[in-house]
Design a protein around this ligand. Structure first.
Ligand SMILES: NC(=O)c1ccc[n+]([C@@H]2O[C@H](COP(=O)([O-])OP(=O)(O)OC[C@H]3O[C@@H](n4cnc5c(N)ncnc54)[C@H](OP(=O)(O)O)[C@@H]3O)[C@@H](O)[C@H]2O)c1
Length: 276
């Protein structure tokens, strides 16, 4: 039986088992996907014994993403670009890692609002944390040359821009609404809106009618950010789609089948997280 898991500390909140167990059942694969609580001090020992324990690999969540990247021997370019790993597997016994958030964000964006690629204006990225790095890397790969990153701590936005060297401009958080009028795409990668708390307060009334708004937060499914965009009749892309798509490459590595992100999968997860 093939086995995979998700590791983190704490780990109880993880939705990954819901996704992978849905696919295991759907494709009739004899396998398991479990949650494993791993203390930070135990991470390296856990990864070193992962294959011996019978795991084909695992997902990695907070706070282990950077240390897992450091522990891996083989790095997919996505992990190197972000400096953190969320998916690991083995290649001839060697620990390999990727960061599938880039793939998840871009695949979901293209599936939900493919028209974003026709918009020529700047892309506004709100936030400069780990997920912002994954998003910016995807946008650069998609050929965007004017990505503006707004962050509460300007220093962190500057670090992110320096890391990618070209095409990314760091800007102060309070400047964000000055750049909305010709934006192609506006993305919230901050935690603002999580559980309905806070709002990046974007003036969508001033945005082009073709602009697309995307949020990484998925609890609630429609965040205050997405609600304000929808009220201005803009296309919106929620964070749940990214969560589903980012799971695809790991499942394929561990279980040998490339799974589909379908309305049935989405409905299953929405029901479990109590969204609408
Ligand atoms: N849908 C998905 O699959 C998916 C994947 C990854 C992440 N996410 C979600 O994305 C969000 C960010 O994750 P992350 O890993 O990037 O977190 P992170 O590294 O901790 O970064 C958090 C970001 O939020 C900003 N922020 C926090 N409170 C703020 C406030 N009151 N005002 C303005 N900015 C504020 C931070 O600004 P400072 O730098 O100034 O502190 C930072 O830019 C989380 O809600 C996470 O659950 C979703």
């Amino acid at each position: 039986m093939k086995r995979a898991c998700v590791i983190g500390w704490p780990i109880a909140h993880s939705r990954s088992p819901l996704i992978h167990n849905f696919w295991l059942h759907l494709y009739g694969i004899e396998g398991s996907y479990t949650k494993e609580a791993v203390l930070p001090k135990d991470l390296n020992a856990f990864l070193a014994s992962l294959e011996v324990q019978g795991f084909a690999g695992c997902n990695v969540t907070v706070p282990h993403k950077e240390k897992t990247f450091a522990a891996a021997v083989i790095h997919d370019p996505s992990a190197t670009a972000v400096g953190a790993a969320n998916t690991v597997w083995f290649e001839n016994g060697r620990l390999a890692c990727a960061n599938t958030d880039t793939y998840g964000f871009m695949a979901n964006l293209d599936a939900t609002a493919p028209q974003w690629r026709e918009n020529s204006g700047p892309v506004l990225v709100l936030g400069a944390g780990g997920s912002a790095r994954a998003v910016v890397y995807g946008l650069l790969q998609a050929g965007r040359e004017d990505i503006r990153v707004f962050n509460r701590s300007l220093e962190r936005a500057t670090e992110l821009a320096t890391h990618f060297s070209k095409g990314v401009t760091p800007l102060r958080w309070d400047e964000r609404n000055d750049h909305v009028s010709n934006a192609a795409l506006i993305i919230n990668t901050t935690t603002l809106g999580l559980n309905g708390d806070g709002n990046p307060d974007i003036d969508f009334a001033n945005a082009p009618k073709t602009a697309v708004a995307a949020d990484l937060v998925y609890v609630p499914l429609e965040t205050p950010f997405l609600k304000s965009a929808r009220e201005q009749r803009l296309a919106t892309v929620d964070g749940l789609g990214m969560l589903l798509h980012q799971a695809v490459p790991g499942f394929e590595k561990w279980f040998g089948v490339r799974p589909d992100v379908t309305p049935a999968l989405r409905a299953h997860i929405v029901q479990e997280i109590g969204g609408s």
